[in-house]
Design a binder for this molecule. Sequence first.
Ligand SMILES: *[C@@H]1O[C@H](CO)[C@@H](O)[C@H](O)[C@H]1NC(C)=O
Ligand SMILES: *[C@@H]1O[C@H](CO)[C@@H](O)[C@H](O)[C@H]1NC(C)=O
Ligand SMILES: *[C@@H]1O[C@H](CO)[C@@H](O)[C@H](O)[C@H]1NC(C)=O
Ligand SMILES: *[C@@H]1O[C@H](CO)[C@@H](O)[C@H](O)[C@H]1NC(C)=O
Ligand SMILES: *[C@@H]1O[C@H](CO)[C@@H](O)[C@H](O)[C@H]1NC(C)=O
Ligand SMILES: *[C@@H]1O[C@H](CO)[C@@H](O)[C@H](O)[C@H]1NC(C)=O
Ligand SMILES: *[C@@H]1O[C@H](CO)[C@@H](O)[C@H](O)[C@H]1NC(C)=O
Ligand SMILES: *[C@@H]1O[C@H](CO)[C@@H](O)[C@H](O)[C@H]1NC(C)=O
Length: 385
Amino acid sequence: MPGRSRRRWILIGSIVGLVALIAIGVGVGVGVTRNNDNDDNDNNRAASASSSGNSSTGSTSDGAPAQTDPNDPSTFVRDSRLHQSFWGMAYTPEGSQLPNCSNSLENVIKDIQLMSQLTSRIRLYGADCNQSALVLEAIKQTKTNVSVYLGIFNVPDDHTAYTRQRDLVKEALQTYGTDHVLGVTVGNEFMLNYLNDKGSDDPNSSIGDEGAQLILADIADTRSMLSEIGVSLPVGNSDAGFYFNNKVLAGIDYGMSNVHAWFANTTIQAAAGWVNDFFQETNVQPTAALPNHPKMYIAETGWPTESSDEGNKNNGASDASEANLQIFLDTFVCQANTNGTGYFFFEYFDEPWKDAQFGGVEGWWGLFDSNRTLKNIQIPDCPSS
Ligand SMILES: *[C@@H]1O[C@H](CO)[C@@H](O)[C@H](O)[C@H]1NC(C)=O
Ligand SMILES: *[C@@H]1O[C@H](CO)[C@@H](O)[C@H](O)[C@H]1NC(C)=O
Ligand SMILES: *[C@@H]1O[C@H](CO)[C@@H](O)[C@H](O)[C@H]1NC(C)=O
Ligand SMILES: *[C@@H]1O[C@H](CO)[C@@H](O)[C@H](O)[C@H]1NC(C)=O
Ligand SMILES: *[C@@H]1O[C@H](CO)[C@@H](O)[C@H](O)[C@H]1NC(C)=O
Ligand SMILES: *[C@@H]1O[C@H](CO)[C@@H](O)[C@H](O)[C@H]1NC(C)=O
Ligand SMILES: *[C@@H]1O[C@H](CO)[C@@H](O)[C@H](O)[C@H]1NC(C)=O
Ligand SMILES: *[C@@H]1O[C@H](CO)[C@@H](O)[C@H](O)[C@H]1NC(C)=O
């Protein structure tokens, strides 16, 4: 399985600069990234699609929306608490990692029914366990205006991970076409993992350039695959905010960057502004100077609502809590929409497998809990275009 739990504290600027910052106790200048694998966890808790539904939200016991016609997923009942205010949403269908692959179309349909009430764009991280096809089939059956950036999760020491997922993406595109596909993202935190394995943290170093050649070869291969099947789609790459190599950037149509104020130890009050500043300074401004002008998006940003251990309940400045997720929602979402920032909110629902595997705050970033129950938060109401 690709990747391990990693939290990289990334230096911005020179080592000397960092030492100076630490010396004067300034809490900025340090950014962070986290890893996101896909994996499976629980099984489908049978949707008691009883016609009565549950409470005012019209949901069934597993949080899935009720359907007026149990056999037609497009007849789901809308939840008045949800608003299509998010530019995009990060999504991994539960059970989407080898070797077990316990995901199901039934569950992905529930997720698309809910997410379509929040956004018109989602991004996937990988393609294993048929998740590209499941998502496109669910969009079709729910008849929702959701489009997806498909993903291929490359692994530095196992090239078959790439070819296997490329073929799954190809098959899904041949089956479903591109009407609901916005792009293909090749690589998720590949450079972060590659550099970490080599004991380096400079993406533009010669070691970074070696890793870049590997991912660039796969990006080129994906482009040939697409042209072979007569498909024209943007091809991009996602990585931790500080890990974009300049040659990789020169070879992609778009980049998706993880930007997490939580791991930079900002206060919740400063979080939204910090995310914007980091993204503009580290990703948007440098890439604007490149000849191909890759379009940059925030791949992940959010705030956790709890931690499974005491030590991580606070990042040194603010708590992991629903109240603070609310503040982040209230200070980031509509402002980023106004600013024209393309971002994927992290994330749609809690992922218990991450909690089991990594602990801390890793499993607790959802707007919904793992049973698709909306947390005690209010979704901002500012339509995203
Ligand atoms: C309604 O929701 C509550 C709380 O989520 C749950 O305990 C209960 O089982 C649900 N009832 C039905 C009929 O789905
Ligand atoms: C996958 O399934 C095997 C066999 O059922 C089981 O032993 C293993 O624990 C499962 N792995 C995960 C990550 O769930
Ligand atoms: C459908 O979603 C796209 C973004 O993927 C958006 O540009 C478009 O306006 C949406 N259409 C409708 C009818 O909501
Ligand atoms: C992948 O998912 C699609 C949509 O549900 C389905 O038609 C297809 O049979 C699945 N393929 C595999 C190998 O499970
Ligand atoms: C690497 O180069 C790219 C492109 O110029 C730039 O966006 C990025 O910030 C650089 N990374 C570092 C750590 O200097
Ligand atoms: C939006 O833009 C303003 C003005 O540049 C900036 O202060 C703010 O941090 C930005 N907010 C977000 C969430 O992008
Ligand atoms: C952030 O806070 C954590 C937990 O208090 C601490 O371990 C870490 O060293 C801090 N990092 C920075 C860069 O301040
Ligand atoms: C989700 O539902 C299962 C089965 O009903 C239950 O054991 C679990 O505690 C629930 N999880 C949450 C986060 O509510």
